[in-house]
Design a protein around this ligand. Structure first.
Ligand code: H79
Length: 442
C-alpha cells in the first residue's frame, strides 16, 4: 500500500518558513493581539485595585532615597562601596508579604534594578548584583517570589531602562553624567544586557505578574527596541502585564498605563503633561511620605485619611493604586508605614466591597468624591462634602433602593429635574468616606 501524500504547496511552505524565521512577523501578531491569558490578567489586575510598590536597593544604605547617586554626583568608584555595607539581616519575605495582605493589597511590585543599575537578584549576566557584592549574598526577589506564590499575592518587577552604572548605556541621556564612565559604549549591547536580565526575571521566579519599566524618559529619542523587549516578555510569560512609566500614551505591546504621583488626567507633579488616558487598565503610583527609596529624614507622612481617600479616588478614576514603601537597609519596614498600611487594611476589611472588583462608576470624579460600580450597584463615595444634601447628575437607569454601606440604613434619593438628590447621613467623626449604595432597578 502506498501512502498518498499531498505535496506541500510551495507558497504555503515558504510562508511557513518565513513565519518561523522572521521575528518581525511574529512580533506584529503579539503586539497587536494580546494572548487570552494576558486579557484575563488585565481583568484580574483591574479587580485587584490595590498593590504594594517596594523601592529597595543598595542606595537604601545611605538612607537618602533612590536618586542619591545622581543627587550627590557620586562616581561609580564611590557608589560601589555601598554594597559592602548592605547586609539586610532583618529581611523577612513572609513578613513583607503578610504586611501587603494585611493592608488589603493584592500584588507587589518591587525594584529588580533601579537607575543605579544594581541587580537586586541573582543575575548571571552582571557582577553588579546583591548576590555578588554584598556580605548577605542572597537573592531577595527569589525569596519574595516564593513567599508571594505561597500567600497568593501576584509579584511584579520594576525594571529601570535607565542605567547609571553600565558603560554601554551610551550615548548618555539627561542623567548619569557624574558616574565617571568612559565616553564610549555600545547601545545595542546595553539593550541585549537588559533583555538578558529580563529573561532571567521571567524564567527563574515563577509566574511574574508584570514588568514595570521606568527611566525611558532619560533618553526619549533613543532607539529602545521596545517591540523586541515586549515580545520577549510575552513569549516567555504571555500573562505578564507590561507597563512603562514613560509619561506618554501607551505604546503597542504595553498592557497597562501608569501615572506617577497623580490620578489619571491630573498633572500636579509635572510628570503627566503628555499622559493622555488610553484604553488600557490604569494604575497610579504614590509614596507614603515623599520618597520612594528609604529616606530617614523624610517625615512628611500622608495620613491614613488621605491615603484611603487616594485609593478611593483612584478606583473612582478606574485606576489601581500602587502605594510605595521604602524598606530600611536592614530589611525592616519603618513603623510609620506599617501603621498606615494596617489602618488601610482595616478600612478595606469593612468597605472593600465598594473598591475591589469595581470599575469607575457613571458619575465622573468630582472634588466632593467619586463613584465606583459593580454590576447593578453604584457606590457613591462622598469624601469631601459638608452639606446634608448632595445633588448627583441624573443617572440613565432608575434607582431601586439607596442605603449606606456602613449599616444599610436607608438613604433618601429623590430624582428631580436637576438630577438625583441624596440626603446624606450624618458623618461619624473619623470616617474617611461616606458610601451610599445605589441599587439600580432592572
Ligand atoms: O522609581 C521612582 C523614581 O525614582 C522614578 N520613578 C519613580 C517610580 C523617577 N524619579 N523621577 N522620575 C522618575 C522622573 C524624572 C524626572 C526628572 Fe528629569 C529627572 C526631572 C529631572 C531629572 C527627566 C530628566 C526630566 C528632566 C530630566
Amino acid at each position: 500500500m502506498t501512502h498518498n501524500r499531498m505535496p506541500t504547496p510551495l507558497p504555503l511552505f515558504l510562508a511557513f518558513c518565513i513565519a518561523l524565521s522572521s521575528p518581525a512577523s511574529r512580533a506584529q501578531t503579539q503586539l497587536d493581539t494580546p494572548a487570552p491569558a494576558n486579557l484575563a490578567a488585565r481583568t484580574w489586575f483591574q479587580d485587584a485595585k490595590f498593590g504594594m510598590f517596594i523601592h529597595w536597593g543598595t542606595y537604601s544604605v545611605l538612607e537618602d532615597g533612590e536618586w542619591v547617586m545622581e543627587i550627590r554626583t557620586m562616581p561609580i568608584t564611590e557608589y560601589e562601596k555601598l554594597p559592602a555595607r548592605f547586609d539586610p539581616e532583618k529581611f523577612n519575605a513572609a513578613e513583607w508579604v503578610a504586611l501587603a495582605k494585611a493592608a488589603g493589597m493584592k500584588y507587589i511590585t518591587i525594584t529588580s534594578k533601579h537607575h543605579d543599575g544594581f541587580a537586586m537578584f541573582d543575575s548571571q549576566v552582571s557582577d553588579w548584583t546583591i548576590v555578588k557584592r554584598t556580605p548577605w549574598k542572597r537573592d531577595p526577589l527569589k525569596m519574595l517570589a516564593d513567599e508571594c506564590h505561597k500567600q497568593g499575592i501576584h509579584l511584579s518587577f520594576y525594571y529601570s531602562q535607565l542605567d547609571w552604572h553600565n558603560p554601554d548605556y551610551f550615548p548618555r541621556g539627561r542623567t548619569g553624567h557624574a558616574a565617571g564612565r568612559p565616553e564610549s559604549g555600545d547601545w545595542n549591547k546595553y539593550l541585549d544586557y537588559q533583555d538578558a536580565q529580563l529573561r532571567e526575571l521571567l524564567t527563574n521566579y515563577g509566574e511574574v505578574g508584570g514588568i514595570w519599566f521606568d527611566g525611558w524618559w532619560d533618553k526619549p529619542d533613543a532607539t529602545w527596541r521596545l517591540d523586541r523587549t515586549y515580545n520577549l516578555i510575552h513569549s516567555l510569560q504571555p500573562q505578564t502585564l507590561v507597563g512603562n512609566n514613560h509619561h506618554r500614551a501607551p505604546n503597542p505591546g504595553e498592557d497597562i498605563q501608569m501615572f506617577e504621583k497623580d490620578l489619571p488626567g491630573k498633572n500636579t507633579a509635572g510628570f503627566n503633561a503628555d499622559s493622555k488616558i488610553g484604553e488600557l487598565p490604569l494604575e497610579t503610583a504614590e509614596t507614603i511620605n515623599t520618597s520612594w527609596g528609604y529616606n530617614a529624614s523624610d517625615h512628611k507622612f500622608k495620613s491614613t485619611h488621605d491615603l484611603v481617600q487616594y485609593l478611593v479616588r483612584a478606583a473612582g478614576s478606574n485606576a489601581n493604586f500602587l502605594l510605595n514603601i521604602g524598606p530600611r537597609p536592614d530589611g525592616s519596614i519603618q513603623p510609620e508605614f506599617v501603621e498606615r498600611l494596617h489602618q488601610m487594611g482595616q478600612w478595606l476589611s469593612q468597605n472593600g466591597e465598594s473598591v475591589y472588583g469595581t470599575r469607575g462608576g457613571p458619575i465622573a470624579p468630582h472634588p466632593w468624591g467619586v463613584s465606583t460600580q459593580k454590576e447593578d450597584k453604584i457606590y457613591v463615595h462622598v469624601l469631601d462634602w459638608p452639606d446634608p444634601y448632595l445633588l448627583l447628575p441624573a443617572l440613565q437607569q432608575n434607582v431601586a433602593t439607596a442605603y449606606t454601606l456602613k449599616d444599610h440604613s436607608k438613604v433618601e434619593a429623590a430624582r428631580n429635574e436637576h438630577g438625583l438628590l441624596l440626603k446624606l447621613p450624618a458623618r461619624a467623626s473619623g470616617d474617611y468616606d461616606t458610601i451610599v449604595v445605589l441599587e439600580l432597578a432592572h
